[in-house]
Design a protein around this ligand. Structure first.
Ligand SMILES: Nc1ncnc2c1ncn2[C@@H]1O[C@H](COP(=O)(O)OP(=O)(O)OP(=O)(O)O)[C@@H](O)[C@H]1O
Length: 702
């Protein structure tokens, strides 16, 4: 048996086909065997000829079926007939004479040589066939491109009155459009002859709504690039990507998608940003996608000012706060500071000014070493980005408090660029008070206009000076609009949709990634910064009655003081019961089925009429059935009995199977504590969590 090739020589593969050498060898040895045994047995020589003829016919049939070349078919048939002829002759004379053996060997070499030649021919035929197929595909493609080029040369001629020469047509891999690269005609025509006729070109090409033909400068001033979108990606809802990998302010933060489905990054190391969006355009949602990007960055600390009850920052903070309002053990909020009152906002802005001024002096040596006048931002010296929701309205307001805040905002914008403090302002409208401000015009060149179909107060020409052909009605969808940065000219874009479950997930996934304020800056920031999470300063966050957990305790969805989480509403949510309540109910049912416990008092009966909750939060990610890791964590909590357990123990138990981190478990324990599923007992390092079914078995604290 040839099982060990190393020790027993070559392995015979009986299933393998023949090559030129083995084929010839097999044919000649076969002929010799038939001739010698046939002679010994007295077989009539004519039989060998008959067998050879049958073999030649059989092989010809199979070769024809395999579409082999005539040369191969002829070679195979000739081999059979020659072999059969020799066998017949040898049997008629004597097969074991020198003449017979010599002629057989010659025949073998001849068959081998012919087989090799036909094999090479066959391979060459096959390669040629593949190349011909590829040429056909390329010809079809280039025919399509040529047709597009010819059509657009005509169109540009008809609409803009100039004759361009198309050099290349690049079809976008996303299948949503193409780019034409064309030479402008001699005589000084510039690309904007085409850019300014963009709407007419789109109409002439009968592009679907939301699709555009936009012209931009080509590789030199005599060339133009025309981007033509043929599929409207602005209309559909695209959820925030689930890859929460680390980002850096230096390599850009993604803010949404272009019409060709490419991600657009904004570079905020030196730029401030202005995001304009009227009510209902998707501005709150966009602010959350912006905060998501900053939370993912390893070199950004996000400070948020939202005088509208802090709602822009709260979803990033609340999942991490313990019952005393401090960030829970091991958790860091998704934003680094949240101000909801003018006093706290003033404190924050003053701190930013102090940090900027202090950085200017203490980092002189570092900047000299790095030979730069821009503070080298890194995870050790993080950039501070202050997101001011409706900040433009603060700048425009005339009351004293707003004017004081406005002066501070402008001071930060004016002095802190080099020292790594930038702002993102949002605005309900692009009013003259905002865009008329020189500081904003000069420093905030990352501009977003969310239109959502709104035309009032949308002066795109003012917001994107120098851009042509932008029309509000090109993006009549929520979360869609125009985005321009110094690197990427203003054009249509779509912001991602982000829901509360993703905000929670990102907060948990990035908790151990946020930088800490560098020591010199922290010294300059002082107590105002160090004590930002003190219970008295965050009391307002706990006063908010309508957290997802709170709703599960029977609060009405339309209470006047509820959080403004309108961006986080899901319109498709048909359930009459908030999901978290549904989650708690399902768990109780499971526990009751398993442990035969008494029904919870106050638990909603399944057939009870449910209060309508049209604006319920979509917390479907928190459904037990959708999250086996969370389900397993709850089972561990229950199994821990009255002694209870902690986040680290649960995370350790889940790490192998689910890869769950401690931060994630801390988040779950916190939400279970809030909704009454778990009870926190003990303090400090002795703190542990007990399932509410075992809470009554707790010994009194001593
Ligand atoms: N990027 C998006 N993709 C799809 N739909 C979106 C997007 N952004 C927002 N929406 C839809 O628009 C609705 C309003 O969004 P959002 O609350 O963010 O708007 P807004 O401009 O902040 O309005 P308001 O000031 O009233 O809160 C959302 O509930 C959602 O249904």
């Amino acid at each position: 048996m040839a099982t060990n090739t190393a020790s027993t020589g070559p392995v015979w593969d009986w299933a393998a086909g023949h090559g030129p050498v083995t084929g010839a060898l097999s044919a000649t040895t076969g002929c010799l065997a038939v001739a010698t045994t046939g002679t010994a047995a007295g077989m009539p020589p004519g039989w060998a000829l008959a067998i050879g003829a049958a073999g030649a016919i059989g092989h010809t049939v199979t070769s024809l079926r395999d579409r082999l070349s005539a040369r191969t078919i002829g070679m195979r048939a000739a081999s059979w007939l020659l072999g059969a002829g020799w066998t017949t002759w040898a049997m008629a004379t004597t097969p074991l004479s020198w003449t017979a053996l010599g002629s057989l060997a010659t025949l073998g070499v001849g068959i081998g040589a012919a087989a090799r030649a036909t094999l090479l021919h066959e391979e060459a035929r096959e390669l040629e066939a593949i190349a011909a197929a590829e040429r056909q595909v390329a010809a079809d493609l280039s025919a399509e491109r040529r047709a597009i080029a010819a059509e657009w040369v005509d169109r540009v001629q008809r609409v803009c009155g100039i004759t361009v020469r198309v050099r290349a047509v690049e079809m976008w891999p996303t299948g949503t459009g193409f780019t034409l690269d064309a030479d402008l005609p001699p005589g000084g025509a510039t690309y904007d002859r085409i850019a300014r006729e963009a709407p007419k070109l789109s109409a002439d090409a009968r592009l679907p709504h939301g699709c555009t033909a936009t012209a931009s400068p080509g590789i030199d001033q005599g060339r133009v690039l025309v981007d033509v979108t043929t599929v409207n990606v602005l209309a559909k809802e695209v959820t925030y990507p689930t890859d929460y990998g680390p980002l850096s302010v230096l390599t850009g933060i993604p803010w949404g998608l272009r019409t060709n489905a490419d991600e657009i990054r904004v570079y905020l190391r030196e730029q401030c940003a202005l995001v304009v969006g009227p009510t209902g355009s998707g501005k709150t949602n966009m602010v959350h996608t912006i905060l998501a990007g900053f939370a993912r960055a390893t070199d950004v600390l996000t400070w948020v000012i939202d005088l509208n009850a802090g709602s822009a920052g709260l979803p990033w903070v609340r999942p991490t706060l313990d019952n005393d309002g401090r960030p829970a053990d091991g958790m860091r909020p998704g934003v680094d500071w949240l101000a909801a009152s003018p006093e706290e906002a003033a404190l924050m802005l003053d701190t930013a000014v102090r940090v900027a001024k202090h950085r200017k002096t203490v980092y002189q040596d570092l900047m000299a070493q790095a030979n730069t006048d821009l503070l080298p931002i890194s995870d050790r010296i993080p950039q501070i980005i202050i997101v001011i929701d409706e900040g433009a309205e603060i700048l425009a307001a005339t009351d004293r408090t707003s004017r004081t805040l406005a002066a501070k905002i402008l001071e930060v914008i004016r002095i802190a660029r080099a020292m790594g403090i930038r702002t993102v302002l949002t605005a309900l409208g692009a009013t003259g008070a905002v865009l008329g401000n020189l500081m904003i015009r000069r420093e905030a060149k990352v501009r977003v206009a969310l239109t959502g179909g709104e035309t009032e107060g949308m002066d795109l020409a003012k917001q994107f000076p120098g851009s042509r052909g932008l029309r509000v009605d090109q993006a009549p969808y929520k979360g869609a609009g125009f985005l321009g940065t110094p690197e990427s000219p203003a054009a249509l874009f779509k912001s991602w949709r982000i829901l509360p479950n993703q905000i929670r997930d990102i907060t948990a996934a990035t908790a151990d990634r946020h930088p800490t304020l560098d020591a010199p800056s922290a010294t300059a920031a002082g107590d105002a910064y160090a004590r930002r999470w003190d219970a008295d300063r965050t009391a307002w966050m706990r006063d908010q009655p309508s957290t997802p957990a709170a709703t599960s305790h029977g609060q009405q969805a339309d209470q006047p003081s509820r959080l403004n989480l309108s961006a986080l509403r899901s319109e498709q949510l048909p359930t009459a019961e908030p999901d978290e309540e549904e989650l708690a109910r399902r768990f109780r049912e499971q526990i009751d089925a398993q442990f035969a416990t008494a029904p919870e008092t106050g638990a909603a009966e399944p057939d009870e009429p449910q209060p309508p909750a049209p604006g319920g939060l979509n917390l479907s990610a928190l459904k037990a059935g959708d999250n086996p890791a969370r389900e397993a964590a709850l089972a561990l909590l229950l199994a821990a009995g009255p002694k209870g357990t902690g986040a680290s123990a649960i995370a350790r138990a889940l790490a192998d199977e689910h890869g769950t981190t401690r931060q994630t478990v801390v988040g779950w324990l916190k939400s279970w504590t809030e909704d009454g599923t778990a009870v926190r007992v003990g303090i400090g390092t002795k703190a542990r969590y007990v399932h509410h079914h075992h809470a009554s078995e707790q010994p009194p604290e001593g």
